[in-house]
Design a protein. Structure first.
Length: 98
């Protein structure tokens, strides 16, 4: 037996609500991480920032980031690279450094 259109519409509305909630959770998570990384203090065009995020997404999905020309983070970093030994959440050369 087929579902009546009203039931399908209810199901679509419920799924759209679930999608909105999931997107909100994801946006809040990414936003918190971006703020911890200091992105909230950087003056950057939104389109440019989106391109940078897309490159990061490619990197973590196993693709190659187009604009950086860097290898995968594991392959491209050596012990002499200052960012390789930097703790997460620290700001290299930031105003708090003595």
């Amino acid at each position: 037996m087929k579902k009546p259109s009203s039931k399908i519409r209810e199901e679509i509305a419920r799924l759209q609500d679930q999608l909105r909630q999931a997107e909100t959770r994801e946006a809040e998570r990414i936003g918190r991480i971006a703020l911890k990384a200091g992105l909230g203090e950087i003056e950057i065009d939104e389109a440019e920032l989106q391109v940078a995020f897309e490159e990061i997404a490619k990197r973590f999905r196993g693709g190659k980031a187009a604009a950086t020309g860097r290898k995968n983070a594991v392959e491209g970093r050596s012990g002499s690279d200052p960012s390789a030994t930097q703790s997460p959440g620290t700001d290299a050369g930031g105003p708090g450094e003595a």
